[in-house]
Design a protein around this ligand. Structure first.
Ligand code: COS
Length: 384
Protein backbone atom coordinates (compact mmCIF):
# COMPACT_ATOMS: atom_id res chain seq x y z
CA UNK A 1 0.00 0.00 0.00
CA UNK A 2 1.37 3.39 -1.02
CA UNK A 3 0.26 6.56 -2.76
CA UNK A 4 1.99 7.29 -6.08
CA UNK A 5 4.86 9.72 -5.64
CA UNK A 6 3.35 12.64 -7.57
CA UNK A 7 0.01 12.59 -5.72
CA UNK A 8 1.88 12.20 -2.43
CA UNK A 9 4.05 15.27 -3.16
CA UNK A 10 0.94 17.29 -3.99
CA UNK A 11 -0.72 16.16 -0.80
CA UNK A 12 2.34 17.05 1.27
CA UNK A 13 2.39 20.52 -0.26
CA UNK A 14 -1.35 20.98 0.41
CA UNK A 15 -0.89 19.90 4.03
CA UNK A 16 2.08 22.21 4.46
CA UNK A 17 -0.01 25.13 3.15
CA UNK A 18 -2.91 24.16 5.45
CA UNK A 19 -0.50 24.15 8.40
CA UNK A 20 0.88 27.61 7.54
CA UNK A 21 -2.38 29.29 6.59
CA UNK A 22 -4.92 27.65 8.91
CA UNK A 23 -3.36 25.74 11.79
CA UNK A 24 -0.58 28.05 12.99
CA UNK A 25 -2.92 31.10 13.06
CA UNK A 26 -5.46 29.06 15.09
CA UNK A 27 -2.98 27.96 17.77
CA UNK A 28 -3.94 30.70 20.23
CA UNK A 29 -7.66 29.97 19.90
CA UNK A 30 -6.97 26.32 20.72
CA UNK A 31 -4.93 27.33 23.74
CA UNK A 32 -7.61 29.74 24.99
CA UNK A 33 -10.65 27.51 24.39
CA UNK A 34 -8.96 24.18 25.10
CA UNK A 35 -10.59 22.85 21.94
CA UNK A 36 -9.91 22.55 18.23
CA UNK A 37 -12.45 24.65 16.24
CA UNK A 38 -15.05 22.65 14.32
CA UNK A 39 -14.33 24.42 11.02
CA UNK A 40 -10.72 23.25 11.22
CA UNK A 41 -11.82 19.68 11.89
CA UNK A 42 -14.10 19.93 8.83
CA UNK A 43 -11.18 21.09 6.69
CA UNK A 44 -9.10 18.19 7.99
CA UNK A 45 -11.83 15.86 6.80
CA UNK A 46 -11.88 17.51 3.36
CA UNK A 47 -8.12 17.10 3.07
CA UNK A 48 -8.56 13.39 3.77
CA UNK A 49 -6.41 13.52 6.90
CA UNK A 50 -8.54 11.03 8.87
CA UNK A 51 -8.00 8.41 6.17
CA UNK A 52 -4.21 8.66 5.75
CA UNK A 53 -3.48 5.08 6.85
CA UNK A 54 -6.71 3.41 5.73
CA UNK A 55 -6.46 1.42 2.47
CA UNK A 56 -7.99 2.99 -0.63
CA UNK A 57 -10.47 0.13 -1.04
CA UNK A 58 -12.13 1.29 2.19
CA UNK A 59 -12.14 4.95 1.18
CA UNK A 60 -8.83 6.00 2.71
CA UNK A 61 -5.72 7.51 1.14
CA UNK A 62 -3.61 4.41 1.70
CA UNK A 63 -0.25 5.95 2.59
CA UNK A 64 2.62 3.66 3.43
CA UNK A 65 4.51 4.22 6.68
CA UNK A 66 7.20 6.43 5.14
CA UNK A 67 4.52 8.66 3.62
CA UNK A 68 2.46 8.73 6.82
CA UNK A 69 5.53 9.83 8.77
CA UNK A 70 6.15 12.56 6.18
CA UNK A 71 2.63 13.97 6.46
CA UNK A 72 2.55 13.72 10.26
CA UNK A 73 5.89 15.56 10.43
CA UNK A 74 4.28 18.38 8.40
CA UNK A 75 1.11 18.56 10.53
CA UNK A 76 3.22 18.71 13.68
CA UNK A 77 4.80 21.96 12.56
CA UNK A 78 1.72 23.36 14.31
CA UNK A 79 0.45 22.84 17.85
CA UNK A 80 0.20 19.11 18.63
CA UNK A 81 -3.52 19.35 19.43
CA UNK A 82 -4.34 19.41 15.72
CA UNK A 83 -2.55 16.10 15.08
CA UNK A 84 -4.27 14.62 18.10
CA UNK A 85 -7.67 15.08 16.47
CA UNK A 86 -6.71 12.68 13.67
CA UNK A 87 -3.95 10.83 15.54
CA UNK A 88 -5.92 7.96 17.05
CA UNK A 89 -7.88 7.28 13.86
CA UNK A 90 -4.73 7.35 11.71
CA UNK A 91 -2.72 5.42 14.27
CA UNK A 92 -3.45 3.23 17.25
CA UNK A 93 -7.27 3.45 17.18
CA UNK A 94 -7.77 1.96 13.72
CA UNK A 95 -4.67 -0.08 12.96
CA UNK A 96 -5.68 -3.16 14.95
CA UNK A 97 -8.74 -3.32 12.69
CA UNK A 98 -6.68 -2.75 9.52
CA UNK A 99 -4.17 -5.43 10.55
CA UNK A 100 -6.42 -8.16 11.90
CA UNK A 101 -10.11 -7.29 11.39
CA UNK A 102 -12.54 -9.53 9.53
CA UNK A 103 -13.89 -8.25 6.21
CA UNK A 104 -17.28 -7.48 7.86
CA UNK A 105 -15.57 -5.50 10.62
CA UNK A 106 -13.53 -3.52 8.09
CA UNK A 107 -16.64 -2.75 6.04
CA UNK A 108 -18.50 -1.71 9.15
CA UNK A 109 -15.99 0.88 10.33
CA UNK A 110 -13.17 1.75 7.95
CA UNK A 111 -15.14 3.77 5.35
CA UNK A 112 -16.61 6.00 8.08
CA UNK A 113 -13.26 6.32 9.85
CA UNK A 114 -11.59 7.29 6.58
CA UNK A 115 -13.92 10.25 5.98
CA UNK A 116 -13.76 11.38 9.60
CA UNK A 117 -17.49 10.75 10.06
CA UNK A 118 -16.43 8.83 13.16
CA UNK A 119 -13.15 8.74 15.09
CA UNK A 120 -11.56 5.87 16.95
CA UNK A 121 -9.73 5.38 20.23
CA UNK A 122 -7.35 2.75 21.58
CA UNK A 123 -8.34 1.50 25.03
CA UNK A 124 -5.42 -0.35 26.62
CA UNK A 125 -4.27 1.63 29.66
CA UNK A 126 -6.06 1.18 32.99
CA UNK A 127 -5.70 2.72 36.47
CA UNK A 128 -3.56 -0.28 37.57
CA UNK A 129 -2.08 -1.24 34.17
CA UNK A 130 0.07 1.39 32.47
CA UNK A 131 3.57 0.26 31.50
CA UNK A 132 2.61 -3.27 32.60
CA UNK A 133 -0.09 -3.46 29.94
CA UNK A 134 -0.36 -7.28 30.04
CA UNK A 135 -1.72 -7.10 33.59
CA UNK A 136 -4.91 -5.36 32.47
CA UNK A 137 -8.00 -6.20 34.54
CA UNK A 138 -10.95 -5.27 32.32
CA UNK A 139 -12.87 -8.46 31.66
CA UNK A 140 -14.97 -9.60 28.70
CA UNK A 141 -16.82 -12.73 29.76
CA UNK A 142 -18.56 -14.90 27.17
CA UNK A 143 -22.30 -15.19 27.77
CA UNK A 144 -24.13 -17.08 25.04
CA UNK A 145 -23.48 -15.24 21.78
CA UNK A 146 -22.38 -12.11 23.64
CA UNK A 147 -19.51 -10.82 25.71
CA UNK A 148 -20.08 -8.76 28.86
CA UNK A 149 -17.38 -6.18 29.65
CA UNK A 150 -16.50 -4.66 33.01
CA UNK A 151 -13.58 -2.40 33.89
CA UNK A 152 -12.08 1.07 33.58
CA UNK A 153 -9.74 2.43 30.90
CA UNK A 154 -7.67 5.53 31.62
CA UNK A 155 -6.27 8.54 29.69
CA UNK A 156 -8.05 7.45 26.51
CA UNK A 157 -7.30 9.99 23.80
CA UNK A 158 -10.33 11.09 21.79
CA UNK A 159 -12.78 8.85 23.66
CA UNK A 160 -15.04 11.91 23.85
CA UNK A 161 -14.92 12.21 20.05
CA UNK A 162 -14.95 8.49 19.21
CA UNK A 163 -17.49 6.41 17.29
CA UNK A 164 -15.43 3.25 17.65
CA UNK A 165 -13.30 1.98 20.51
CA UNK A 166 -10.62 -0.71 20.16
CA UNK A 167 -10.78 -2.24 23.63
CA UNK A 168 -8.34 -4.75 25.11
CA UNK A 169 -10.03 -6.95 27.73
CA UNK A 170 -9.36 -10.28 29.42
CA UNK A 171 -11.52 -13.06 28.02
CA UNK A 172 -9.67 -15.81 29.87
CA UNK A 173 -9.48 -14.85 33.53
CA UNK A 174 -7.57 -18.03 34.36
CA UNK A 175 -4.61 -16.53 32.48
CA UNK A 176 -2.99 -13.53 34.16
CA UNK A 177 -0.75 -12.41 31.30
CA UNK A 178 -0.82 -11.56 27.61
CA UNK A 179 -2.44 -14.70 26.25
CA UNK A 180 -5.72 -14.15 28.14
CA UNK A 181 -6.36 -10.80 26.45
CA UNK A 182 -8.64 -10.20 23.44
CA UNK A 183 -9.46 -7.06 21.46
CA UNK A 184 -12.96 -5.77 20.72
CA UNK A 185 -14.40 -3.12 18.42
CA UNK A 186 -17.10 -1.34 20.37
CA UNK A 187 -19.50 1.52 19.69
CA UNK A 188 -19.14 3.94 22.65
CA UNK A 189 -22.92 4.52 22.55
CA UNK A 190 -23.46 0.94 23.79
CA UNK A 191 -25.45 0.91 27.09
CA UNK A 192 -23.20 0.62 30.15
CA UNK A 193 -20.33 2.71 28.73
CA UNK A 194 -19.55 6.01 30.43
CA UNK A 195 -17.03 8.42 28.91
CA UNK A 196 -15.86 10.63 31.75
CA UNK A 197 -15.12 14.35 31.47
CA UNK A 198 -11.86 15.42 29.83
CA UNK A 199 -8.74 15.28 32.02
CA UNK A 200 -6.91 18.49 32.99
CA UNK A 201 -3.33 18.32 31.74
CA UNK A 202 0.04 20.07 31.87
CA UNK A 203 -0.12 20.98 28.19
CA UNK A 204 -1.45 19.95 24.81
CA UNK A 205 -4.59 21.99 25.44
CA UNK A 206 -7.25 21.06 22.92
CA UNK A 207 -6.44 17.34 23.12
CA UNK A 208 -9.07 15.23 24.86
CA UNK A 209 -8.28 12.34 27.15
CA UNK A 210 -10.69 10.70 29.57
CA UNK A 211 -11.63 7.58 31.48
CA UNK A 212 -13.87 5.06 29.75
CA UNK A 213 -15.90 2.98 32.20
CA UNK A 214 -17.54 -0.34 31.25
CA UNK A 215 -20.36 -1.57 33.49
CA UNK A 216 -21.99 -4.81 32.30
CA UNK A 217 -21.56 -3.77 28.68
CA UNK A 218 -23.08 -6.46 26.49
CA UNK A 219 -21.73 -6.71 22.94
CA UNK A 220 -22.32 -9.41 20.30
CA UNK A 221 -19.50 -11.85 19.52
CA UNK A 222 -19.08 -10.12 16.14
CA UNK A 223 -17.29 -7.33 18.06
CA UNK A 224 -14.35 -9.63 18.82
CA UNK A 225 -11.52 -8.28 16.64
CA UNK A 226 -10.63 -10.78 13.96
CA UNK A 227 -13.11 -13.24 15.50
CA UNK A 228 -10.27 -14.82 17.51
CA UNK A 229 -9.83 -14.79 21.27
CA UNK A 230 -6.44 -14.43 22.97
CA UNK A 231 -4.84 -12.25 20.29
CA UNK A 232 -5.62 -8.82 21.78
CA UNK A 233 -2.32 -8.15 23.52
CA UNK A 234 -0.20 -9.22 20.55
CA UNK A 235 -2.28 -7.04 18.26
CA UNK A 236 -1.86 -4.14 20.71
CA UNK A 237 1.92 -4.63 20.67
CA UNK A 238 2.03 -4.60 16.85
CA UNK A 239 -0.16 -1.52 16.79
CA UNK A 240 2.18 0.16 19.28
CA UNK A 241 5.31 -0.78 17.26
CA UNK A 242 3.81 1.00 14.29
CA UNK A 243 2.43 3.78 16.49
CA UNK A 244 5.92 4.49 17.80
CA UNK A 245 7.08 5.38 14.29
CA UNK A 246 4.08 7.68 13.90
CA UNK A 247 4.91 9.23 17.27
CA UNK A 248 8.54 9.69 16.25
CA UNK A 249 7.43 11.84 13.34
CA UNK A 250 5.21 13.79 15.74
CA UNK A 251 8.37 14.47 17.76
CA UNK A 252 10.50 15.46 14.77
CA UNK A 253 7.74 17.68 13.35
CA UNK A 254 7.25 19.71 16.50
CA UNK A 255 11.03 19.75 17.06
CA UNK A 256 11.51 21.40 13.69
CA UNK A 257 8.93 24.03 14.57
CA UNK A 258 10.46 24.69 18.00
CA UNK A 259 13.94 24.99 16.52
CA UNK A 260 12.56 27.44 13.96
CA UNK A 261 11.15 29.54 16.83
CA UNK A 262 14.55 29.48 18.58
CA UNK A 263 16.46 30.29 15.41
CA UNK A 264 14.30 33.23 14.34
CA UNK A 265 14.44 34.63 17.88
CA UNK A 266 18.23 34.28 17.94
CA UNK A 267 18.50 36.08 14.60
CA UNK A 268 16.22 38.91 15.74
CA UNK A 269 16.97 39.53 19.41
CA UNK A 270 19.82 41.94 20.07
CA UNK A 271 22.03 42.10 23.16
CA UNK A 272 25.50 43.54 23.65
CA UNK A 273 25.00 45.39 20.37
CA UNK A 274 24.33 42.40 18.10
CA UNK A 275 21.92 39.56 17.35
CA UNK A 276 22.29 36.90 20.06
CA UNK A 277 22.63 34.29 17.31
CA UNK A 278 26.07 35.76 16.59
CA UNK A 279 27.29 34.49 19.96
CA UNK A 280 28.94 31.10 19.83
CA UNK A 281 27.24 29.86 23.01
CA UNK A 282 23.86 30.44 21.38
CA UNK A 283 25.09 28.86 18.16
CA UNK A 284 26.09 25.78 20.17
CA UNK A 285 22.50 25.36 21.36
CA UNK A 286 21.20 25.78 17.82
CA UNK A 287 23.76 23.33 16.46
CA UNK A 288 23.00 20.64 19.05
CA UNK A 289 19.31 20.97 18.26
CA UNK A 290 19.90 20.81 14.50
CA UNK A 291 21.96 17.64 14.88
CA UNK A 292 19.28 16.07 17.13
CA UNK A 293 16.62 16.91 14.57
CA UNK A 294 18.62 15.55 11.65
CA UNK A 295 19.40 12.31 13.49
CA UNK A 296 15.79 11.85 14.55
CA UNK A 297 14.29 12.44 11.10
CA UNK A 298 16.89 10.20 9.46
CA UNK A 299 16.37 7.25 11.79
CA UNK A 300 12.59 7.54 11.59
CA UNK A 301 12.75 7.54 7.80
CA UNK A 302 15.02 4.49 7.83
CA UNK A 303 12.78 2.53 10.22
CA UNK A 304 9.62 3.51 8.31
CA UNK A 305 11.18 2.27 5.06
CA UNK A 306 12.12 -1.01 6.73
CA UNK A 307 8.55 -1.33 8.05
CA UNK A 308 7.24 -0.84 4.50
CA UNK A 309 9.67 -3.52 3.32
CA UNK A 310 8.14 -5.96 5.81
CA UNK A 311 10.98 -6.07 8.32
CA UNK A 312 10.34 -6.55 12.06
CA UNK A 313 10.95 -3.04 13.39
CA UNK A 314 9.92 -3.50 17.06
CA UNK A 315 13.41 -2.62 18.30
CA UNK A 316 14.03 0.14 15.75
CA UNK A 317 10.64 1.74 16.48
CA UNK A 318 11.55 1.80 20.18
CA UNK A 319 14.94 3.39 19.30
CA UNK A 320 13.18 6.05 17.21
CA UNK A 321 10.51 6.77 19.81
CA UNK A 322 13.09 7.04 22.59
CA UNK A 323 15.55 9.20 20.66
CA UNK A 324 13.14 11.58 18.93
CA UNK A 325 11.02 12.28 22.00
CA UNK A 326 14.02 12.78 24.26
CA UNK A 327 15.49 15.02 21.55
CA UNK A 328 12.25 17.02 21.41
CA UNK A 329 12.64 17.62 25.14
CA UNK A 330 16.23 18.81 24.67
CA UNK A 331 15.31 21.01 21.71
CA UNK A 332 12.38 22.61 23.56
CA UNK A 333 14.54 23.23 26.60
CA UNK A 334 17.22 24.94 24.49
CA UNK A 335 14.63 27.03 22.64
CA UNK A 336 13.36 28.34 25.97
CA UNK A 337 16.96 29.03 27.02
CA UNK A 338 17.66 30.96 23.81
CA UNK A 339 14.59 33.10 24.49
CA UNK A 340 15.89 34.00 27.97
CA UNK A 341 13.22 35.43 30.28
CA UNK A 342 10.86 35.73 27.30
CA UNK A 343 10.93 31.96 26.99
CA UNK A 344 9.09 31.65 30.29
CA UNK A 345 6.30 33.96 29.14
CA UNK A 346 3.10 32.59 27.62
CA UNK A 347 3.29 35.31 24.95
CA UNK A 348 6.00 33.25 23.22
CA UNK A 349 5.09 29.88 21.78
CA UNK A 350 8.13 28.05 23.14
CA UNK A 351 6.69 28.18 26.67
CA UNK A 352 3.66 26.25 25.45
CA UNK A 353 5.62 23.84 23.27
CA UNK A 354 7.95 23.08 26.17
CA UNK A 355 4.95 21.83 28.15
CA UNK A 356 3.37 20.12 25.14
CA UNK A 357 6.37 17.95 24.26
CA UNK A 358 6.75 16.66 27.81
CA UNK A 359 3.99 14.16 27.07
CA UNK A 360 5.92 12.60 24.18
CA UNK A 361 8.33 10.83 26.53
CA UNK A 362 5.44 9.33 28.48
CA UNK A 363 2.68 8.06 26.22
CA UNK A 364 2.68 5.09 23.86
CA UNK A 365 5.41 3.67 26.08
CA UNK A 366 7.67 5.72 28.36
CA UNK A 367 11.36 6.14 27.51
CA UNK A 368 12.07 3.45 30.09
CA UNK A 369 9.73 1.00 28.32
CA UNK A 370 11.51 1.76 25.03
CA UNK A 371 14.85 1.02 26.72
CA UNK A 372 13.44 -2.26 27.97
CA UNK A 373 12.15 -3.22 24.50
CA UNK A 374 15.50 -2.33 22.92
CA UNK A 375 17.51 -4.18 25.57
CA UNK A 376 15.39 -7.31 25.41
CA UNK A 377 15.58 -7.43 21.61
CA UNK A 378 19.35 -6.98 21.71
CA UNK A 379 19.74 -9.88 24.11
CA UNK A 380 17.31 -12.02 22.11
CA UNK A 381 19.54 -11.61 19.06
CA UNK A 382 22.48 -12.98 21.08
CA UNK A 383 20.65 -15.67 23.06
CA UNK A 384 18.27 -16.69 20.26
N1 COS B 1 4.86 -7.74 18.73
C1 COS B 1 4.21 -8.92 18.89
N2 COS B 1 4.19 -9.60 20.06
C2 COS B 1 4.87 -9.06 21.09
C3 COS B 1 5.56 -7.85 20.97
C4 COS B 1 5.55 -7.19 19.74
N3 COS B 1 6.20 -6.05 19.56
N4 COS B 1 6.13 -7.56 22.17
C5 COS B 1 5.82 -8.56 22.99
N5 COS B 1 5.06 -9.47 22.33
C6 COS B 1 4.55 -10.74 22.87
C7 COS B 1 5.67 -11.59 23.44
O1 COS B 1 6.25 -12.38 22.43
C8 COS B 1 4.97 -12.42 24.49
O2 COS B 1 4.36 -13.52 23.85
P1 COS B 1 4.00 -14.90 24.64
O3 COS B 1 2.76 -14.61 25.42
O4 COS B 1 3.77 -15.86 23.54
O5 COS B 1 5.18 -15.21 25.49
C9 COS B 1 3.88 -11.49 24.98
O6 COS B 1 3.68 -10.48 23.97
C10 COS B 1 4.24 -10.79 26.26
O7 COS B 1 5.47 -10.14 26.02
P2 COS B 1 6.48 -9.86 27.19
O8 COS B 1 6.73 -11.13 27.95
O9 COS B 1 7.65 -9.14 26.63
O10 COS B 1 5.54 -8.95 28.09
P3 COS B 1 5.90 -8.04 29.33
O11 COS B 1 4.63 -7.93 30.08
O12 COS B 1 7.11 -8.50 30.05
O13 COS B 1 6.31 -6.63 28.67
C11 COS B 1 5.99 -4.61 27.40
C12 COS B 1 5.72 -6.08 27.56
C13 COS B 1 6.56 -3.94 28.65
C14 COS B 1 6.92 -4.39 26.25
C15 COS B 1 4.59 -4.04 27.11
O14 COS B 1 3.74 -4.26 28.22
C16 COS B 1 4.59 -2.60 26.75
O15 COS B 1 4.89 -2.22 25.61
N6 COS B 1 4.21 -1.73 27.71
C17 COS B 1 3.99 -0.36 27.43
C18 COS B 1 2.58 -0.20 27.05
C19 COS B 1 2.37 1.10 26.36
O16 COS B 1 3.07 1.49 25.46
N7 COS B 1 1.33 1.77 26.82
C20 COS B 1 1.01 3.01 26.27
C21 COS B 1 -0.41 3.21 26.36
S1 COS B 1 -1.24 2.80 24.96
S2 COS B 1 -1.25 4.53 24.06
Amino acid sequence: MALDQETYSQMKEAVSRFVRERLVPAEDIVEQTNDVPEDIIEEMKELGLFGLSIPEEYGGIGLNMEQECGIIHEICQASLSFRSVIGTTVGIGSQGLVMTGTEEQKQQYLPRLATGEISSSFCLTEPEAGSDAASLKTTAIKDGDDYVLNGTKRYITNALRAGMLTVMARTDISKKGASGVSAFLIDPATPGITIAKADDKMGQRGTKTSDVIFEDVRVPKECLLGGVEGQGFYTAMKVLDRGRLHLSSVATGISERILHEGLTYAADRKQFGQAIGEFQLVQAMLADSQADLYAGTSMTLDAARRYDAGEDIAMLAACCKMFTTEAAGRIADKAVQIHGGAGYMSEYKVERFYRDVRLLRLYEGTTQIQQLVIGRNMLKSVNG
